[in-house]
Write a protein that binds this ligand. Structure first.
Ligand code: FAD
Length: 556
């Protein structure tokens, strides 16, 4: 925890040095002593300290300074750090001014110059002031602080990014906390910069205005660039399948890299509670699973580049070469594609415009708390929708699940249906299709077409979460590997047609299970044609594929 600050201001450098020396020798172990030779500079220092979320315990200013006297400085400083104790240094001639300052300007104490010996004329009084300050001192949050507004898509994108990458941060909604005095002070100190939301403040005092995930990734030390340009195994996608392959590959000696576009954990990272994963009888959150897997992978030396996207892949002899979004390249002997699936878009007027401002794809883990006491809608009837409904029901006043069919039976696991039925504030609305969403700057209403009555109902809503199935995004792989008509990648036996190996296949063996039509390129998890869309099966495929990779590498 950073030490609270004692700030002294005096335009006479000899006096400034003396007071700093005395403060440091008595209080240096518990406080940081900062000196300034001008009140203007000292006010700038106070502003920087506010941005860093530091605490100021004491402001000690000489009364006689040109431009701004001590009382004036302390009054301005008080606007920034109202809790700090305020004291004046005065000469005998200024005693009367100091006494009236105590009464009129909320100054806590005045000290006469010279204060020798400090043991008699400085420390006892300062001890009292600092004890008093300590009694009501609450240490500020030490990590990253983010200022934004709930309905801003950019704020939402950043919060989601930080949460999914397990970067701790404090969220300050500048609209919701507009009347909070501390927020007001912070906004005042930031001045015009505070209009460039989202603003991200770092503990070292630096800030990013209108920031985007890539800038923050760099600042918080997420690795987006590879350490070397060649790996035994490169994995595209850091979901359960990719992470499992990395753990097995690296633990068996393969020099392994994962390239992940958003955050390790993939879709599973968005799950509020996975209850059917072996070994976790009370379930675990996807975020927790992802965090554990990342720690495990890193322990075995896996390099994880995130956020970083693979935009194309090609072959050069035995090498498979990946081009990344920042135009860098890395090559490998074996390549694993574990890119999963992405949410299908909901085609209804208003959805695209209000995305991130009340309309969200997936769990919106960061949104759950904001939905306290509100009525929210979940679109979709699969397990992911059921899990989200259970999670939101803990916070929202009412959760309404919209499904097109007549029940959840065909699409959701029974254990979730049972939980939903037992949760009084979850309501199921069947035969319901989202026809349109409405709102100026954020979602306010949803028009729902009821297919059983053919009527449209317009209902108020503050948030809508869409879970309507997912498809792979594999167009960028078209010229390299074979896909089915929906874009899923074909592997192993799926590539053998009429007993014939795939076109262009030159080896004397068939493609391995989980190997694509290009030797040494494997596909695992949800992106693979015919895969079971589950965490355990992705993990299983990722782990098993490593055995085939060893066999492949033994002959490269
Ligand atoms: C909300 C929700 C709840 C779920 N609950 C359960 C559950 O309770 N039990 C269960 O068994 N299953 C559950 N599932 C399903 C399960 O999460 C998936 O089956 C599993 O995550 C698939 O793993 P994967 O590694 O194949 O792909 P994904 O998890 O989809 O991961 C793929 C990763 O690849 C990345 N990527 C894609 N393209 C690129 C590229 N070009 N460059 C770099 N990276 C890229 C993506 O960003 C993503 O992180 C749930 C899914 C969701 C969405």
């Amino acid at each position: 925890m950073p030490k609270p600050i004692l700030l002294s201001v005096d335009d006479d450098s000899d006096v400034l040095r003396a007071i700093e020396r005395d403060l440091r020798s008595q209080y240096g172990a518990a406080y940081r002593v900062i000196g300034s030779d001008s009140p203007e500079k000292a006010l700038d220092i106070l502003k920087q300290l506010k941005v860093r979320n530091d605490s100021v315990a004491l402001m000690l200013a000489d009364q006689r300074m040109p431009q701004m006297n001590g009382v004036e400085f302390l009054q301005e400083g008080m606007q920034i750090f109202p809790e700090a104790k305020r004291a004046l240094l005065t000469a005998y001639a200024d005693t009367n001014a100091a006494i009236s300052a105590i009464n009129e300007a909320n100054i806590n104490y005045f000290f006469m110059k010279p204060w020798d010996p400090p043991e008699d004329h400085l420390y006892p009084q300062l001890d009292d002031l600092l004890d008093d300050w300590r009694a009501s001192y609450k240490p500020g949050f030490e990590g990253i602080r983010m200022l934004g507004t709930r309905w801003s898509p950019r704020s939402y994108e950043l919060r989601d990014f930080l949460a999914r990458n397990h970067v701790p941060y404090q969220w300050i909604d500048v609209e919701l906390s507009a009347n909070d005095p501390e927020t007001k002070r912070l906004l005042d100190v930031l001045g015009p910069e505070s209009s460039h939301l989202p603003v991200v403040l770092f503990p070292d005092g630096t800030k990013l205005l209108e920031s985007v995930p890539a800038e923050i990734a760099q600042k918080v030390g997420l690795r987006t660039r590879a350490q070397t340009n060649f790996y035994d195994l490169a994995i595209i996608g850091g979901g359960p399948a990719g992470l499992a392959a990395a753990v097995y590959g690296a633990s068996e000696g393969l020099h392994t890299v994962i390239v992940e576009r958003e955050a390790p954990g993939g879709q599973a990272g968005m799950s509020s509670r996975i209850e059917n994963y072996l070994g976790f009888p009370t379930g675990l959150s996807g975020g927790d699973l992802a965090r554990r897997a990342v720690v495990q992978a890193k322990r075995f030396g896996v390099e994880i580049l995130a956020p970083q996207e693979v935009v194309s892949a090609r072959m050069e002899g035995p090498y498979r070469i990946l081009k990344l979004a920042d135009n860098s390249e890395l090559s490998c002997h074996a390549l694993m594609i574990a890119t999963g699936v992405q949410w299908r878009r909901l085609e209804a007027p208003g959805v695209d415009r209000l995305q991130g401002a009340g309309v969200y794809y997936g769990g919106g883990a960061t949104e759950a708390l904001s939905c306290k006491g509100e009525v929210i809608y979940i679109v979709g009837g699969a397990n992911s929708a059921g899990q989200a409904a259970m999670n939101f029901a803990k916070y929202a006043e009412r959760v309404i699940i919209l499904v097109r069919g007549s029940s959840l039976a065909a699409t959701m696991s029974q254990y979730l249906i049972d939980q939903i039925e037992r949760t009084p504030n979850i309501q199921l609305w069947t035969h319901a299709n989202v026809a349109e969403v409405h709102g100026e700057s954020h979602l306010e209403e949803i028009s729902i077409l009821c297919s059983d009555t053919n009527k449209v109902e317009r209902v108020p809503a503050s948030a809508m979460f869409i879970f309507i199935g997912a498809l792979p995004q594999t167009d960028w792989l078209t010229s390299l590997v074979e896909r089915d008509e929906r874009g899923f990648l074909l592997t192993g036996p799926d590539l053998i047609r009429d007993g014939q190996r795939p076109k262009g296949w030159t080896l004397t063996r068939d493609p391995f299970l989980l190997e694509t039509n290009i030797p040494g390129i494997f596909a695992v998890g949800d992106v693979r044609h015919g895969s079971v869309k589950r965490v355990a099966s992705g993990v299983g495929e990722g782990s098993v594929a490593v055995q085939f990779i060893h066999q492949y590498l033994s002959k490269v």
